[in-house]
Design a protein around this ligand. Structure first.
Ligand SMILES: NC(=O)c1ccc[n+]([C@@H]2O[C@H](COP(=O)([O-])OP(=O)(O)OC[C@H]3O[C@@H](n4cnc5c(N)ncnc54)[C@H](OP(=O)(O)O)[C@@H]3O)[C@@H](O)[C@H]2O)c1
Length: 275
């Protein structure tokens, strides 16, 4: 078994920092990479990508801003080429669940000849406490263009544990793990469960894609607003209203329930209002 450092691209992200923590717990050395690491990694600058793979056998990759972006497949192709020329053996790629851009990027890796593990993930639980939906929860009203669609939210600790296992254990070689949580919940259900854990009064308001895009433009600018609107158009067209067994398949145990996540995040102060 190799003990060369494991490259973690996106190491400061919600998933990446948990992957680094899990690998560290397993006494495996990591090489975190991002725009502020000693050797910076930037998706906008390919000039030093090959350097990151020097002396590395396996790598975790989280794309930014989202694998659903139109340019992701081209970037992943360039990254994979740099990795192959440096002798990388396997890449674990964090992916979405069936968005066309994500599938294109996954296929680039799967067809590359590099060993791979695809970490196909449902909507993260932690989007409510650390991501895009946190502000809505803090405001007491989450407005999204998801109608009454149900989503099997998945926990980042499960995804990170599968990622860490994939990076150290050849059993996960050339596998696609489609990971969801154990239950389908609408966003109204999710707010109700956070409500139960926090004792706050929370609500969900379904809005149109146009309303969502207008609100996002004010918050994050037109380009990212367009990206997320198109992403939500695909995500909530019904394709993901099902549960899969990727966590069980990879780890031999069931995924964490959304209610447990709510209790843990509430205890950790994720939704505490300023006094
Ligand atoms: N949210 C979901 O529900 C969901 C579901 C399935 C899949 N995904 C996938 O998750 C991925 C995002 O992972 P995450 O949630 O762990 O990340 P995150 O918490 O959104 O953090 C963003 C990461 O990207 C890095 N970053 C930002 N701009 C960069 C740039 N120009 N070059 C290099 N790195 C850059 C940041 O690192 P520095 O600031 O340190 O550079 C940080 O590590 C996306 O590819 C998305 O497709 C998300």
């Amino acid at each position: 078994m190799s003990h060369s450092p494991i490259l973690v691209i996106g190491a400061s992200g919600k998933v990446g920092r948990r992957v680094v923590a899990k690998l560290t717990d397993m006494n495996r050395p990591t090489r975190p990479a991002g725009r502020r690491t000693a050797l910076p990694f930037d998706w906008q600058d390919r000039s030093n990508w090959a350097d990151h793979f020097s002396g590395v056998d396996t790598a975790y990759v989280a794309y930014y801003p989202d694998l659903a972006s139109p340019q992701s497949a081209d970037d992943i192709a360039a990254l994979v080429a740099a990795a192959r020329s440096a002798g990388l053996r396997r890449m674990a790629l964090l992916s979405g669940r069936g968005e066309s851009g994500a599938i294109r990027a996954e296929n680039v890796l799967r067809d590359s000849g590099l060993g791979y593990t695809i970490l196909r993930s449902a909507f993260f639980n932690q989007n409510f406490s650390e991501g895009l939906m946190h502000q809505g929860v803090m405001d007491g009203l989450l407005a999204l263009p998801a109608g009454t669609r149900a989503e099997p939210f998945v926990d980042l600790d499960d995804i990170a544990e599968v990622a860490a296992a994939a990076l150290v254990d050849d059993r996960h070689h050339n596998k696609v793990y489609e990971m969801t949580g154990p239950r389908l919940l609408t966003f109204a259900d999710a707010m109700f469960e956070i409500d139960a854990a926090t004792g706050r009064e929370l609500a969900y308001a379904p809005i149109s894609l146009d309303q969502f895009q207008a609100a996002m433009e004010a918050a994050i600018g037109p380009d990212d607003a367009h990206l997320y609107t198109e992403l939500f158009r695909e995500l909530f067209d019904g394709r993901n209203e099902s549960i899969t067994n990727g966590v069980q398949e990879a780890l031999g145990r069931p995924p964490r329930d959304f209610a447990d996540y709510c209790v843990g995040a509430a205890k950790a102060g994720a939704w505490r209002l300023a006094a």
